[in-house]
Design a protein around this ligand. Structure first.
Ligand SMILES: *Cc1c(COP(=O)(O)O)cnc(C)c1O
Length: 443
């Protein structure tokens, strides 16, 4: 059954399997679910001490009725999420939902891990293989690399710009080996993206290697992100029956997942999208005019997006509700100065380290609380502070402790293939490495 349609043309529909392998809809739109699962009863029946895996097990069959049945839900939840969110209460009115306890220490681990699990599941049935081709400026690549590492029938090729990712990020991308291949491109991130795009437009190459992407517009990454909002809402119900969520936002996928969770019956008073100087959406919420522009570089670089792809999804949700976006959403902007002073403030007030992205979220939360003193805000902590150790140390004067899984990757030897910044080099690499070993995928 086709439960997913393009944001641009609702006659373009697909089932979940095709949605995860295709990423983008054929008309250039983004896939959205047509059904609205009703989760209120399931959530009400959850005790406020429920674990993340238990909660996922209960709601996954409601969110994915055709693809995850009640019998397999426990298995999916356990295999896809061997890590869990944690809630840290900063003060009476502000909780931090820590999403950085996964393998790459960022929230993208949740979506990437679920996507990898589902792809492996679908391919396993037919003995087919696929190559995940993705360009990264840092964070996405490491989540994808870790999530797909060691998965059956899946190969991963990650392109990153030489000398333009942090040492830690490079180590995370290049030390896994096995089915994960890192290409160090002698060019910029834009070159990396252009190379991937060109190869995807090459029909022959795409079919020959069953190329697929795992980027953040993939609905298979976005939908599972609703799970941690549901988890926070249930766990915090005794102190916050109708929480406000403050979400550090770049491509607006994370906040979109929260809005979907609310659509499905999760109690929420409001969503505050926190951005850095890339303030296209805040400007839209204030003026009603959407004016995309080139991104500017900031300290919270995973949020440096000048034309957020998931805006289209948010617009489609509120259009279907015939509700102005501003009824449920507002935003706050924190520039680099404010980000640094917020990292410092949170550390000195609460003895707690936040990464620069999370800092925009706590900043936005405090702004909201100053106007709505009786609210309870949940800020999503999107990355571990140690991933951005230079910035955090600059703000606070001392460095956060590095978790073992990050420290380990610093010890391993780098394995990367240097390639020129053009698609010819990438095609040669694919032919060398994968040759004809691929059967055509049916997706
Ligand atoms: C990707 C990322 C973001 C932005 O999330 P979107 O879903 O693109 O809005 C924020 N913080 C960190 C650490 C990220 O990696």
């Amino acid at each position: 059954m086709s439960r997913y349609v393009s944001t641009r043309d609702s006659s373009i529909s697909a089932e979940f399997r095709s949605v995860v392998f295709r990423g983008l809809a054929p008309d250039g739109g983004l896939y959205m679910p047509t059904e609205t699962p009703m989760l209120s009863n399931a959530l009400e029946s959850c005790g406020s001490d429920i674990s993340f895996v238990e909660l996922s097990e209960r709601v996954l069959p409601l969110i994915f009725p055709d693809d995850i049945d009640e019998r397999t839900a426990a298995d999916v939840a356990r295999t896809a999420f061997p890590f869990a969110p944690q809630i840290h209460q900063l003060h009476e009115r502000l909780s931090v939902l820590e999403l950085f306890h996964g393998p790459s220490c960022a929230f993208k681990d949740f979506g990437a891990s679920f996507l990898a699990h589902m792809m492996e599941h679908y391919l396993g049935k037919g003995g087919e293989k696929a190559v995940i081709l993705t360009a990264t400026s840092g964070d996405t690549g490491s989540a994808v690399a870790r999530a797909f590492h060691g998965r059956d029938n899946l190969e991963v090729v990650i392109l990153y710009p030489s000398g333009r990712v942090s040492h830690l990020q490079e180590q995370q991308l290049t030390t896994l080996g096995g089915n994960v291949c890192a290409l160090e491109v002698q060019g910029s991130f834009d070159d990396c993206q252009a190379m991937v795009k060109e190869v995807f437009q090459n029909e022959q190459a795409r079919e020959r290697y069953s190329l697929t992407s795992a980027n953040s517009i993939n609905l298979g990454r976005l939908l599972p992100q609703a799970l941690y909002y549901l988890y926070a809402a249930v766990r915090l119900r005794p102190i916050a029956p109708e929480p406000v969520f403050s979400v550090p936002s770049g491509n607006f996928g994370n906040v979109c997942a929260g809005v979907l969770a609310w659509r499905w019956g999760m109690p929420a008073r409001r969503f505050v999208a926190a951005t850095n100087a890339n303030d296209v959406v805040p400007e839209y919420l204030a003026s009603g005019v959407y004016r995309p522009r080139p991104s500017v570089q900031t300290l919270s670089n995973a949020m440096d997006v000048g034309n957020p792809s998931n805006f289209e999804r948010l617009a489609s949700i509120f259009a279907s509700l015939e509700m102005p976006m501003t009824e449920m959403m507002e935003s706050e902007v924190a520039d680099d100065e404010q980000t640094l002073s917020e990292i410092r403030r949170v550390h000195s007030s609460y003895d707690y380290f936040v990464c620069p992205h999370t800092a925009t979220g706590t900043f936005a939360a405090e702004q909201y609380l100053s106007r709505n003193p009786n609210a309870h805000v949940v800020t999503l902590a999107t990355a571990h502070p140690a991933k951005f150790v230079e910035t955090v140390e600059r703000a606070v004067g001392i460095a956060p402790e590095i978790p073992e899984r990050l420290a380990e990757s610093l010890q391993l030897p780098k394995q990367a293939t240097l390639v020129p910044p053009n698609s010819t080099g990438l095609l040669e690499f694919l032919a060398d490495r994968y040759g004809d070993s691929f059967r055509r995928s049916s997706v």
